[in-house]
Design a protein around this ligand. Structure first.
Ligand code: CP3
Length: 362
């Protein structure tokens, strides 16, 4: 049975370009999707969001499914990504997170110091705490009708810890980094606890029907090579290896992507961390990154999200240049970080069409 046809009698997958590219198989054109494609830019998302609130959408499978499908209806994308947020994991550990419109996520009571670790509720029963995400995944797999594969995701431990300690986005992550220097043992305890939850959470999403799993280490940019090697990489590796072992025992095999934003200093290690795909942010040069990653992983990325502000012809040329630089093998086209909220949908069409046009193999 092909790997995309597991339990639950899901509709047959009609476009498996993403899954083939992830596994290094031949593709007739390069698959393209856009980080943060659901929500953020679309007026039809804002309408749902104003009525139900951000976490209201996340927690209601019908709404999460609807918002996941919105960009798929509008654009010729080659993958859907389940609508949720990385911060549902700290919520599952008992932390309160509020989404302030226009500002972002806020933790009213962040972890002030290691004593606060006692506040985290554990063990976490992911089925109980995050079952609503699994339901949304299964529902979305059905409603997609096999049009494109569905991506599940999680934040990586360091990125999650950053928000849990800072209490909101930060320009320096200095409170979280203070833990790494002052409380390394407790930091490792927290990373280990988060890793356990993330593993079960990703396994649950794959069991529910997610066909590729992406791990977001969005705050890699605040670490250098040494802190990354000590506090991030071991958990990134543990996640891929434990998720794959647990899924293998259930006869499920899904490719995995690691996107460490700002982790340019660790590309060789990321290529060797047990993921089929390495996401590249927009600061890295495609040729240099390709050399450093080697040919055992698929590359994903990495157009500057701001390139979508360029006039249509310039954007078309930039997308063409990107495909030429990466080549059409072992490559998934994307932006080098999430799309910005004020981007016009027309530019998304230009970008997606350009990738399709310039990467078609005849
Ligand atoms: O691709 C998708 O749109 C799927 C859903 C998705 C969201 N968040 C929805 C969201 C995904 C994959 C995420 C991941 C996420 N969330 C990351 C990692 C990716 C990255 O951007 O680096 C991070 C760091 C978060 C935490 C988070 N959530 C922040 C910092 C913010 C505020 C800034 C922003 O993105 O608007 C959010 C809010 C958020 N997550 C929104 C959406 C659609 C906007 C909420 C709203 O205003 O309605």
């Amino acid at each position: 049975m092909p790997f995309e046809m597991q339990a639950k009698d899901f509709p047959l997958l009609k476009n498996d370009l993403l899954l083939r590219a992830a596994r290094g198989l031949e593709v007739e054109r390069v698959p393209v999707w856009i980080m943060r494609q659901a929500g953020r830019t679309l007026p039809e998302y804002r309408a749902v969001s104003e009525e139900h609130g951000f976490f209201g959408i996340c927690r209601t499978p019908e709404l999460a499914c609807e918002v996941t499908l919105q960009p798929i209806r509008r654009f010729d994308l080659d993958a859907a990504i389940i609508f949720s947020d990385i911060l549902v994991v700290p919520q599952a550990l008992g932390m309160e997170v509020i989404m302030k419109p226009g500002e972002g996520p806020v933790f009213p009571e962040p972890l002030a110091g290691p004593d606060d670790l006692a506040r985290l509720q554990r063990p976490v029963n992911v089925q109980e705490q995050l079952g609503y995400v699994f339901e949304a995944v299964t529902m979305t797999r059905h409603k997609l009708e096999g049009k494109v594969p569905l991506i599940g995701f999680s934040g990586a431990p360091w990125t999650l810890m950053g928000y849990m300690v800072e209490g909101k986005g930060s320009k320096t992550m200095s409170k979280a980094k203070r833990w790494l220097y002052q409380h390394p043992t407790e930091s490792h305890q927290l990373f280990s606890l988060l890793t356990d939850v993330v593993v079960d959470y990703l396994v649950g999403q794959a069991e529910a029907g997610a066909q590729l799993l992406q791990v977001f280490e969005s705050s890699a940019e605040y670490l250098g090579p040494d802190l990354f090697a000590q506090f991030a990489l071991p958990y990134i590796r543990r996640i891929s290896s434990e998720v794959k072992d647990k899924l293998k025992a259930k006869d499920i095999d899904v490719p995995m992507t690691i996107f460490a934003k700002g982790g340019h200093y660790a590309l060789e290690q990321l290529a060797d961390s047990g993921y089929e795909v390495v996401g590249l942010d927009w600061t890295v040069d495609p040729a240099g990154a390709t050399d450093r990653l080697g040919d055992k992983v698929t590359r994903q990325g990495n157009l500057d999200p701001c390139a979508l502000y360029a006039p249509e012809e310039s954007l078309d040329a930039l997308a063409k240049q990107m495909v030429e630089r990466f080549g059409t093998r072992r490559y998934i086209a994307n932006l080098g970080h999430g799309i910005y909220p004020d981007m016009t949908p027309e530019r998304v069409v230009t970008f997606v069409d350009a990738i399709h046009k310039y990467s078609r193999q005849d």
